[in-house]
Design a protein around this ligand. Structure first.
Ligand code: NDP
Length: 347
């Protein structure tokens, strides 16, 4: 992984970074609401050291908006289709805005029925998934979500990309601690991480992907130029990628990863796909002391020798950024400021 420490030591506060990103989003044509949501999300990724979905993504957002591929003004349609089932048509907008619109209805469904299933279609997800589940765990719920994307992952033994990097994330509350949050691609590596390796001129580990002829390669450029990633965990991981493809791309009424077609939208990068979110109130499941049971499980993992819990690296980065600001490369910050100016002169 490209680490937060790889950045030069220029510091920016979370609030200042959000405000800079908001300016870029608004001047790229998003509504103010969407700009707030995406800036919070993207700055949060940078703050937490989730660098594959931090400020490095800004040109991709801007180019996708400018090309008309994604709508920054979309008003999602939210429908409670059954007691627990919520359908959301993002209307070609960003998944995070769709989720924010549905949040009150999701929480009402969980309170009334113990579970909510939110099926988002017609949506673009260009970020990490932890921001979509972590807030539910903070409020005492179990939440899981998954997203399909662009076809850039070969199924086990295959020669052609079918799946997206199809991430899956879940979060649970833990007594006397922050939530436990797991967020991972079902490919060996997230595509953004491959791009960061390419930019840094670093090889990716053996087994990460194949070149355009289906031959194994550790060159990130070959993977990006017509090659593809492998799924994690051989045929079993391939089936988990399939699971995500079905739930996010089909159960939602969305499209499959291999159906994304950027033709006519030069520069567009955001995958137009689907997302499924499931939120459960664990108290409905019969455990009177769920959060202390989760604390016991976490302790057991660490006592067994697991070096750290998933999410711990991000939380440590978040705490450090809170104390001394978010480390950003001076050149990246300058580029963002120029993007904000450049956009403003065009609108
Ligand atoms: P990583 O492999 O870096 O991490 C996956 C998970 O494992 C994280 O929860 C991480 O916690 C945890 N973890 C890592 N190392 C350890 C360890 N030694 N012990 C215990 N837990 C560990 O993530 P990926 O590269 O697979 O994915 C990166 C991001 O890309 C994700 O946020 C994902 O949502 C996003 N993504 C988004 C896509 C989209 O279409 N929108 C597509 C694909 C990926 P920690 O975070 O604390 O390191």
């Amino acid at each position: 992984m490209i680490e937060a420490d790889d950045r030069e030591d220029v510091r920016i506060t979370f609030e200042d970074l959000k405000s800079l990103l908001r300016a870029i989003f608004v001047s790229s044509g998003t509504s103010l609401d969407t700009a707030y949501i995406l800036a919070e999300n993207c700055a949060g990724c940078e703050r937490d050291g989730a660098l594959s979905h931090g400020i490095f993504r800004m040109p991709g957002y801007v180019d996708s908006l400018r090309s008309g591929w994604v709508s920054g003004q979309a008003v999602p349609a939210v429908e409670r289709f059954g007691p627990s089932f919520i359908r959301i048509d993002a209307r070609n907008g960003f998944a995070q805005s769709a989720l924010a619109s549905a949040d009150p209805m999701i929480r009402r469904a969980v309170r009334e029925t113990g579970i909510a299933i939110a099926a988002i279609r017609n949506s673009h997800h260009f970020s990490a998934l932890w921001p979509d589940v972590e807030p539910f765990a903070v409020d005492g719920y179990f939440a899981m979500t998954m997203v399909n994307g662009l076809a850039n992952v070969v199924p086990h033994g295959g020669r052609q990309a079918v799946f997206g990097t199809n991430p899956i994330a879940f979060a649970v509350p833990v007594e006397c601690s922050g939530p436990l949050v797991v967020d991972q691609a079902t490919s060996v590596m997230a595509n953004g991480e491959v791009r960061l390796h390419a930019l840094a001129g670093k090889a990716v580990p053996n087994g990460t992907g194949v070149d355009r002829d289906g031959k194994p390669t550790t060159d990130p450029h070959q993977i990006l130029a017509g090659g593809a990633l492998n799924t994690f965990g051989g045929y079993k991981g391939s089936s988990i990628a399939l699971f995500v493809e079905i739930l996010a791309g089909a159960v939602t009424g969305g499209q499959f990863s291999f159906e994304t077609d950027f033709t006519g939208f030069p520069g567009a990068q955001t995958p137009k796909a689907g997302q499924l979110l499931i939120v459960i109130d664990p108290s409905w499941g019969g455990s009177a002391n769920f959060t202390s049971r989760m604390a016991l499980l976490c302790r057991q993992l660490l006592d067994a020798g697991q070096d750290r819990l998933p999410g711990a690296r991000r939380f440590a980065n978040r705490a450090a950024s809170g104390r001394s600001g978010i480390p950003v490369k001076a050149s990246d910050l300058q580029r963002l400021r120029l993007m904000a100016c450049d956009q403003n002169t065009q609108t």
